[in-house]
Design a binder for this molecule. Structure first.
Ligand SMILES: [Zn+2]
Length: 198
């Protein structure tokens, strides 16, 4: 049986989301049809607004409504420290801890020879540029504790250390392969406090 076109179109949209197959998409589509019109309108508006009103900060790569982002513009933040993460969600996880007061740099990915991701494909050139122009004394490498995360940290450390900048790595109380995004706040706090020089 063919679904009516509005439903199949809605299913196609849901299936573009990660981890959603045809069955779940059908369930979500039919659920949406049963929702209040007001809720559906709000949902559609949030989708459009999230896409239209959010951008990546031209300095640090964080997600923001205004460029530069609030963190880069905040005069109370410690400008001598930059914490490097893979993903915007990692910034949010670390900000929830409220113990880190420096700046961030979001790589938007990780070096991966297997997937053909090189330094130019992620936000590494912009990080190196920042290090030349800003008063940075320490770079904290907070890529995840995966093989690629470690390799990316080692690569960055070799590039940055010769400039006389202290390079540290988060003390991963986090187990190997675990993501910063999912770590609890105490683990993250300890990881930042116990960072070691590499
Ligand atoms: Zn920023």
């Amino acid at each position: 049986m063919q679904y009516p076109e509005p439903i199949s179109k809605l299913m196609d949209s849901y299936m573009k989301l990660p981890g959603i197959g045809a069955k779940t998409a059908a369930r979500l589509a039919f659920f949406t049809i049963d929702m209040d019109e007001e809720d559906v309108t709000d949902f559609a508006k949030s989708l459009i607004s999230a896409k239209r009103d959010l951008h990546y900060c031209s300095i640090c790569g964080n997600i923001t409504e205004s460029d530069p982002c609030d963190i880069c513009r905040d005069k109370d933040r410690d400008r001598s420290t930059i914490l490097v993460v893979e993903d915007v969600k990692d910034v949010m996880a670390l900000e929830r801890v409220r113990e880190y007061h420096g700046l961030y740099h979001v790589l938007h990915g990780i070096l991966s020879p297997i997937e053909g991701t090189g330094p130019e494909d992620i936000n590494i050139p912009s990080l190196l540029k920042r290090l030349q122009s800003e008063e940075v004394q320490e770079v904290i490498l907070a890529t995840n504790a995966s093989a690629e995360g470690e390799a990316t940290a080692t690569y960055l450390s070799r590039l940055i250390r010769p400039a006389g900048i202290k390079v540290t790595r988060l003390a991963h109380g986090l187990s190997v392969g675990s993501d910063i995004e999912y770590a609890d706040e105490i683990t993250l706090l300890k990881a930042v406090e116990g960072r070691r020089e590499i």
